[in-house]
Ligand binder design. Structure first.
Ligand SMILES: [Zn+2]
Ligand SMILES: [Zn+2]
Length: 187
């Protein structure tokens, strides 16, 4: 069986070098649906508590929310960082609190202090799915990711990994010590 959670992400981006309106900076509300597969966990009668999928995903994905997403070779990047620097908000601001931990993967680097994500490839809906999968594949048994943004949408499916040990009391993934990070249940 599968559990799924949906998150929405507001972001600004552009398709650098693309011939069309999308080469100009613009914004979207992106809708991301994550489907997680496993057996139904005895005790909680859920595959994975949906709020926990959301929480796990949001921890890293909040770096994309109210953020600017630009490709690494986009000349807007140094221009915008220059303005942020001048304004004194490049390295953070008291009002910039909704931040996840900074991350760097093959496909994307997050700079939470200035709400910026720099990507290797153009951040299309397909590109976003690749980035999200890379960020979450070890944390959730993801079998499907759907991402829509405006009229664009894409779906990718994945082969489920091994069954993961979850807490019989709250359903969340047990840590390396076979302990529940939420309620401290120990296997
Ligand atoms: Zn767009
Ligand atoms: Zn627990």
């Amino acid at each position: 069986m599968k559990s799924f959670a949906t998150l929405d992400i507001q972001y600004a981006h552009r398709f650098y070098g693309f011939q069309g309106e999308a080469q100009y900076l613009h914004g979207h509300t992106g809708i991301l649906t994550l489907e997680v597969e496993d057996t139904v966990n005895m005790g909680v009668n859920m595959v994975f508590p949906c709020n926990e999928i959301k929480k796990t995903a949001w921890e890293v994905l909040q770096n994309f929310d109210h953020a600017l997403i630009l490709r690494e070779d986009d000349p807007l990047l140094p221009a915008i960082l220059g303005v942020y620097e001048e304004q004194g908000i490049k390295d953070g601001a008291p009002s910039n609190q909704q931040k996840g931990p900074a991350f760097k993967t093959e496909l994307a680097t997050a700079y939470p202090e200035c709400r910026l994500v720099v990507t290797k490839e153009t951040m299309t809906v397909e590109g976003m799915i690749k980035i999200v999968h890379e960020l979450l594949k070890d944390k959730l048994n993801i079998v499907k990711i759907t991402f829509t943004s405006g009229v664009n949408g894409a779906i990718e499916e994945y082969t489920p990994g091994d069954e993961k040990d979850r807490c019989p009391l709250c359903g969340v993934l047990l840590n390396e010590d076979d302990e529940c990070p939420k309620c401290r249940y120990k296997k």
